[in-house]
Structure formats: C-alpha cells, structure tokens
Ligand binder design. Structure first.
Ligand SMILES: [Zn+2]
Ligand SMILES: [Zn+2]
Length: 251
C-alpha cells in the first residue's frame, strides 16, 4: 500500500503571498491542476529539473494548459535533445497523446536556464544549481522574505562531500532532496543517479538547513517501509520529514 505517502511522481509548489513556483511537472501536477479548479487568468511558473518522464508526465493532464486564459512560464535546461520547449512538444505528440502541441490554447513561454543563473518570479528570487544525474539535471533555490527552499530532486551524491550542493543549500529553511535509496540498498543502485536518506541527513546537517524533506521515493517502498525510513531519519536529524502527497508546511 502507498495510500499514506502517495504514488504520484515529482511535483512541489512553493508559495509566497500571491506568487508561486512549481518544481517539476510529474503526475502530482494533475492534482495541482484539479485544486486550481475553475480559476481564470492563471499565470503559473514551472521549474523543470530535467526531462525524464517522471518529471513531465503531469503536463498532458494539467487542466489549466487547455484554457486560453492561462499563461504558463516553463523553465528548464537546454542540452542534447533540446530544452523545455522540445520536452513539452514530445509530451503532446502522437501516438503518445491525442492533443498536438501546436493546438494548445494556453500561452506557453519557455526559458532556457543553466547553473549560475538567477531570476525573479514576482517576489520569489530563484537561483539555479547543478545536480549529478544521467542526462544532467539542475536544482533550484527559491527565496522569498525570510523563507528559502532548495529543490534537489534526482541527484546521486558524488562521494566527495558534495561541496557544491552543500554551499547551494547553506542555511535554507527547507531542502527537498532525492532520498530514493537507503545505505542498505545503495550498493546495487550505485550509478543509477539517485541518493540515500542517510546522505540527505548528512547534507542537511552540513548545510545547516532547518527542514529536510526526503523525496523521490523508491516505488518499491510501501507505506510500511516509508514509515520506517521516517522514524530512522527523524532520529538522525530532528528536522527530517518524509514527503507525502498534499503535505503543506509553512516555512
Ligand atoms: Zn531522472
Ligand atoms: Zn526522477
């Protein structure tokens, strides 16, 4: 059973007053679209970490994308195989999906970003960092008022201390980190592009972040396995929380 922690793929929202950014567009985005209901004239910003399916699959099922009064600003890295526009086009192409990209009624704006870039979304300041992942991935730090969150999904710890990522996370209110595996399972998963909850704790402590969200769960882990990780991680770091669907945390 995964009904407690959930089974949707990557999608996290960070809100500050009327402003918001959405990290990744996995299947969780479908529910976010539902929660927006019939809201009109939406302008939404989606920050993509990379273009693996589990980070994009929510877009064809995101109801606001089919409304002419929606503006969608989509950020992502340009690399071999294209940038965010190409990634989205591939989602809306036959025979994978019946609605063609060129017929989408919403206004879509695409922005290529790379590590080191900085930009603003209303009152939210965003910076971009690098992750270690097959086909490359980027992380984002969003800062608004006194709150800051680092979204670092799909990262394999580099075995050399992850100095770059620790600096990128320094003092953040929250770190959302790829904790797909545990030390006990990692030996057979080395090189797959993901990290462990034990590394998550180490990075959170080194960067002195306040809250650590263990994220990108192994689909083989059921609720029982996730609850066990939650207990162990909290023992190692009081600010650790296993992310679960529809979790809302004020920062
Ligand atoms: Zn990936
Ligand atoms: Zn992933």
């Amino acid at each position: 059973m995964t009904s407690k922690f959930g089974g949707n793929t990557a999608c996290v929202e960070f809100r500050y007053g009327p402003d918001r950014v959405i990290f990744d567009a996995g299947t969780g985005l479908r529910e976010l679209g539902q929660s927006l209901g019939q809201a009109s004239n939406l302008e939404l910003t989606v920050l993509l970490s990379h273009y693996h399916w589990d980070h994009l699959l929510g877009l064809p099922f995101f109801t606001p994308i089919f409304k002419p009064d929606t503006v969608l600003n989509i950020f992502g890295e340009s690399k071999e195989g294209g940038g965010p526009r190409d990634a989205l086009m591939r989602q809306f192409t036959a025979p994978s999906f019946p609605v063609e990209f060129s017929t989408l009624p919403s206004k879509l704006n695409f922005f290529d970003v790379k590590p080191g870039d900085a930009f603003a979304v209303g009152g939210i300041k965003v910076t971009v960092g690098r992750l270690n992942h097959p086909n490359a991935a980027i992380c984002y730090r969003a800062q608004a008022g006194k709150a800051s969150v680092v979204y670092a999904s799909d990262h394999e710890h580099d075995g050399q201390g992850d100095r770059g990522l620790i600096d990128f996370c320094a003092g953040a209110s929250a770190l959302v980190y790829d904790a797909m595996y545990s030390n006990s399972s990692y030996s057979t998963k080395k090189g797959w592009g993901h990290s462990t909850w034990e590394e998550a704790v180490r990075i959170a402590k080194a960067a002195k972040v306040k809250k650590l969200f263990l994220y990108h769960h192994d689909p083989l882990n059921d609720d029982k396995a996730m609850a066990k990780i939650d207990r162990a991680a909290k023992k190692a770091f009081a600010g650790a929380i296993v992310a679960r669907e529809r979790l809302v945390v004020p920062l």
